[in-house]
Design a protein around this ligand. Structure first.
Ligand SMILES: O=C(O)CCC(=O)C(=O)O
Length: 267
């Protein structure tokens, strides 16, 4: 399979509509790829909290329209990163869209773990409740967004639901880049799955982005890694390696705690 990770730069001086069109052009240029992935909140910027209300869109708003057309135009599976969704009840969500090569929406995932502790996204947005997987012809994707990367139990849940390729769309800050690289590899090794982690470039509301999108194989080897600036990271990977790794080194079969309610000894 060939995947293209579009590490788009978010420049506050670039109008959102222009960036949407630019993202669509970048997707169009990936014809021939099986899967194209964009990062978290690239239309508005992951840390541009003061713009969330103004830039919120319904599920089928402008980002949905432009990305559906881009997927169909390029004939690719498109993980369109995430955007600020305003639900019918007015609640905002950090929502990821996935489209088929025909431009049909295959999935929508609302970020489960909101970042910011007592501010920003954590107080401005609702939390998703559902784990989401998407069956492609040769692999099953498990969807995660940025801060989700810190929660291994979520990834184990995705693996239990059949995910073999874990896609993390992020707007990860440069100052915690070491965590990004380490956690992406950890999630791949512990789940014996591919990890496609795509970040953004540029500076969102003063927060320098880490870039360094990375693709890790089920053995923990880094297959490809981007630099800090805008770029498209293209990688070929063999989905069959997930089953082969799980068969050759069947650590997932040795799990104990999921089998029954664990006994807890407290002294
Ligand atoms: O966990 C982190 O260090 C970064 C998370 C984040 O920036 C986000 O979820 O938007």
């Amino acid at each position: 399979m060939r995947a293209s990770l579009i590490q788009i730069a978010v420049d506050p001086d670039e109008p959102v509509d222009s960036r949407r069109e630019r993202a669509a052009s970048l997707v169009a240029a990936q014809r021939g790829a099986d899967l194209v992935v964009l990062p978290e909140l690239w239309p508005v910027g992951a840390f541009a909290y003061t713009s969330f209300e103004d830039q919120a869109e319904p599920l089928t708003g402008p980002t949905h329209t432009v990305m559906a057309e881009a997927a169909a135009g390029a004939g690719v599976w498109l993980h369109a990163g995430s955007f600020v969704e305003r639900a019918d009840d007015g609640v905002l969500y950090n929502t990821t869209l996935v489209f088929t090569p025909e431009g049909e929406r295959a999935a929508a995932y609302r970020k489960i773990h909101r970042f910011g502790f007592d501010q920003g996204e954590a107080v401005m947005m609702g939390a998703g409740e559902d784990l989401v997987t998407v069956a492609l012809p040769r692999t099953t994707l498990g969807l995660a967004t940025c801060y989700d990367l810190r929660f291994p139990e979520m990834f184990r849940g995705l693996v239990d639901a059949g995910a073999e390729t874990l896609v993390v769309a992020a707007g990860w800050p440069e100052r915690r880049r070491a965590h990004w690289s380490l956690l992406a590899r950890a999630r791949a090794v512990e789940n014996q799955a591919y990890v496609l982690a795509v970040g953004s470039a540029g500076t969102h509301a003063g927060v320098q982005q880490a870039g360094h999108s990375v693709v890790v194989d089920p053995w923990g080897e880094v297959l490809a890694e981007a630099g800090a600036d805008e770029e498209v990271l293209t990688v070929e990977f063999d989905p069959a390696k997930v089953a082969a790794t799980r068969e050759q080194f069947p650590a997932l079969k040795d799990r104990r705690l999921g089998l029954a309610a664990p006994r807890i000894q407290q002294t």
